[in-house]
Unconditional design. Sequence first.
Length: 357
Amino acid sequence: MFKLNRMLAIIFVSVFGVTLFACQLTQEQADTAVTQTETTTEDSNKLIIYSGRSESLIQPLVDQFAAASGLDVEVRYGGTAELAGVLLEEGENSPADLFYAQDPGGLGAVEAAGMLAVLPQDILEQVPARFSAESGAWVGISGRARTVVYNTDVFTDPENELPTDMWGYVEPEWNGRIGWAPSNGSFQAMVTAMRVTWGEEKTREWLQGIQANNPIVYPNNTPIVAGVAAGEVDVGFVNHYYLYRFLAEEGDLFPARNQFLSSGGPGSLLMVAGAGILETAENPTNAEKFINFLLSTSGQQYFADQTYEYPVIAGVKVESSLPPLETLDAQAPNLSLADLADLAGTQDMLLELGIIE
């Protein structure tokens, strides 16, 4: 079993590596990214970001952007669903200029309330249309896939020992062997995909089936991967990139790997983290500069090298052991990102079943 201090060391080294990479972005690259947007409004020298992405991942990029742009950048961190709720509650009085979300569900909820402005065409054109809102209200920044992480000491032939779709995990043989994080935004996006693909009744049946198997609840994806490797559970429902952060630190002997489901169902979901500018933003041009910075070659290389996500612009190299994005795209359910917008409906179902509070 992993010791607490071992996990802290992993997290420290991961954060240190992310910070080091951000410092290595050249001033010329950063300056190029932040000056792509011409100043068209009288913005102040500030930018206020609500970020559903974690501070350990994003703050190094924020710091680099602030240094290159000379802007005073404030970030409020929290869960994507939590911050979407805050924005809806604040309404026109929100101080936020930009919402940077972990998944399309949170962005869709805010967009549905009419709170996001249509982005400039020169931003939208940088990203393939399938990775942005059809309305142009938000743009994808980096891609991730849903996977099942499994313990390699328990499963030596995963192709034959593991279910090929998420429905297989309702079988009684998985009792006490599953880890999940139902409050996590990406998990909720997967459940939303289930509701669209399977319908309400079958999705509720799946959730109840997993509940009946007494899953261990984790706060987010990182401890699920650690728990699988430590033997607390045999499998866990996570995003793909969390495993690669452990492998970078622990090496190939780390006893966990990802299963990318080939069934084409909700467990094969492809998502993007994305960003949108608030309709009421006081500093929209500064927000545009930040999005351009995230979509610059250097910004996208950061995601590929340090967080092991998929870039959304062409020409950026990814971790060699990652399956090609085209392969995962072919296996993913045929859903648009707009289909993942009903975050509230998913949360209502999870609340009704007592899975979240």
